[in-house]
Design a protein around this ligand. Structure first.
Ligand SMILES: N[C@@H](CCC(=O)N[C@@H](CS)C(=O)NCC(=O)O)C(=O)O
Length: 206
């Protein structure tokens, strides 16, 4: 097994969380390098795009969250080997990432500007993404997004749905998912109650 280090902000969410979960569920040893927001200016100096997450595999630095998550999924047995199922898995991950890219710039905004930008997403692209994800989930049996089993696509959606519900995004109503795509909340609850996922989070509250 290679020596793996995953560097990201110290919170339960964001672009590294699906990979953290995948490594943990699969029992893949990795260094979970978490840092505080105040350390970011220093950390980013050592990344090619000034962004995180970054993964180091045997000393080789790699960027791009979904590439990292897919790699974690392959090592953990949470990525389909069937090409079509892998395609379905990738599609879901790209859709979630596209939503992430849209909300990203709003973190640099303040006050009324941020409120207007977030409300535009809540009334615009967010419900479109959420409804599409719900449709995909239901079209594939309602339990998992691909391969009839837990994959990194489930982890990626799980992390984002949990964040949307959490109130961490000011001006995004915490009942948005429930109103627009309630099956995603059922999926989120199912994933959080998986023993490996529950054990992963229990570690932090111990
Ligand atoms: N395309 C990159 C985007 C990474 C990204 O935007 N990360 C955010 C944190 S979640 C960041 O580092 N933002 C700081 C910035 O872009 O200045 C990926 O998929 O990993």
């Amino acid at each position: 097994m290679p020596t793996i280090k995953l560097t990201y902000f110290d919170f339960h969410g964001g672009r590294a969380e699906p990979a953290r979960l995948a490594f943990s569920i699969g029992g893949v040893p990795f260094e979970d390098h978490r840092f505080a927001g105040t350390e970011f200016p220093e950390i980013r100096k050592f990344t090619p795009f000034g962004q995180v997450p970054v993964l180091t595999v045997d000393g080789v630095q790699v960027t791009q969250c979904d590439a990292i998550t897919r790699y974690a999924g392959k090592l953990a047995g949470l990525y389909p080997t069937d090409p079509f199922q892998a395609l379905l898995c990738d599609e879901v991950m790209y859709v979630v990432e596209e939503a992430n890219v849209k909300i990203g710039p709003t973190f640099r905004m303040k006050g009324e500007e941020q409120k207007a930008a977030r409300l535009a997403l809540v009334e615009g692209s967010m419900p479109v993404y959420l409804r599409w994800l719900q449709k995909q989930l239901l079209a594939h049996g309602g339990e998992y997004f691909a391969d009839n089993r837990l994959t990194v696509a489930d982890l990626k959606v799980f992390v984002d749905v949990r964040t949307l519900n959490s109130g961490r995004f000011d001006h995004v109503p915490t009942d948005l998912v429930e109103k627009v795509a309630p099956a995603l909340n059922e999926h989120m609850r199912r994933v959080s109650s998986l023993p490996e996922v529950a054990a992963y989070y229990a570690k932090f509250s111990a």
